[in-house]
Design a protein around this ligand. Sequence first.
Ligand code: FAD
Length: 431
Amino acid sequence: MSAVNAESSASGGGTGGATSEANTPSAGIVIVGAGQAGLSCAEALRSGGFVGPITLLGDEATGPYHRPPLSKAWLAGEMDAAQLAMRAPQMLERKQISLRTGVRATAIDRAARCLVLENGERLPYSGLVLATGSRPRTLPLPGADASGVLTLRSRDDASALSEGLARCAERGLPLVVIGGGFIGLEVAATARKKGLPVTVLEAAPRLLGRVLAPALSDWVADLHRSHGVNLMLGVQTAHIAAGDDGRVSAVALADGRSLPAGLVLLGVGAVANDELAAQAGLACERGIVVDACGRTADPLIVAAGDCTARRLDDGTLLRLESVQNATEQGKSAAAALLGQARPFTATPWFWSDQYDRKLQMAGLSAGADHWVLRGQMDGGSGGFSVCHYRGTQLLAVDSVNASKDHLLARKLLDAGVSPTADQAADTAFDL
Ligand code: FAD
């Protein structure tokens, strides 16, 4: 692939195309999406020696901020805006990363090497990074457009949710969460901490069924029930009812039951923001298809973070939505633009905070045929881990309040080392 010269300057930052707009003095690297992956990529470009202009462009009102607290500490009111921000503005200025907020990209003109913005402006690029993230999936439920039916992705969403929770708390109205995924469960935990009545509706027979072993799913369900959540598994939602004021009043189930609701959170997953890439003719399949280095088929365009689907060696696609994935892919994408191969192949990891429990997952448990427990999975606050195996190979470790196990599991999985199942189950055995 042709690289954007690490030593290119503002007046020479091209990749060799003689007539393109990318060779105009203003061309440099343009990053669409000022989130986790976009920021990681911008900083990695600078630390990798790129000296040309870097524009980090996002459609939100603020610069990059941490999303995970939006369902946790931020929603609980335990963090301020400065803590939520990833970088102080001066830090970006110091690195000569030009941040443009409130700007939406609407098209990529690949022939002219130009990004088209909503206001009609055309931004030439010598390298383009797509870091557009994902957006909450919506449900085609009758009544889902009622006021008080929310999703959670952005800081604005979290503000609306926070106001809705406060309104419910004042009036003693319940929160109904549709979807027992990580975000829904975290919001349920935060709302319970605020004393709200909470119902969680999950269509599948168990929580987080695709990622957790059955015993751990059951443990998470018990955790929520023990904190007073009305958890309903295997239920289908039929429609959302609203009062005369247009505000949500109830969630109706397919079996005829109706649950009162002052606020509804739809937590039914996310879809990749891959439309810019798709319209520009780049391959997209549940996300922008990239290789392990973040490269698309266009040598000048890379992609990173939630918007991507990574092609693995066996031809399958892996789509991850996590801080680690966004950060590491951002670095790989920067390296790719600088002409270096930095494949991101490390063990995936993720965390979730619910009540006083920290759930940390290392590896991917898909394909596991058995698991063993390390520690005691009881109601106490002691930690434990569930170790997933396929045959004798350790695939993944899910830990609860057991950060040491988690960190060791990442090292073992990165190194491809599998302790035997008996060793993993023995807490006296030093992993
Ligand atoms: P984002 O951070 O979403 O950034 C993409 C940016 O691009 C957005 O600002 C978007 O508005 C902007 N954009 C999109 N299209 C355009 C366009 N056309 N023009 C301009 N700008 C555009 N991960 C964990 O590992 N652990 C957790 O505990 C955890 N908790 C989470 C809790 C919540 C509530 C949420 C929402 C996410 C959580 N995640 C967690 C996931 C993690 O935050 C994401 O995986 C990560 O933020 C992805 O980074 P990104 O840069 O790919 O996308």
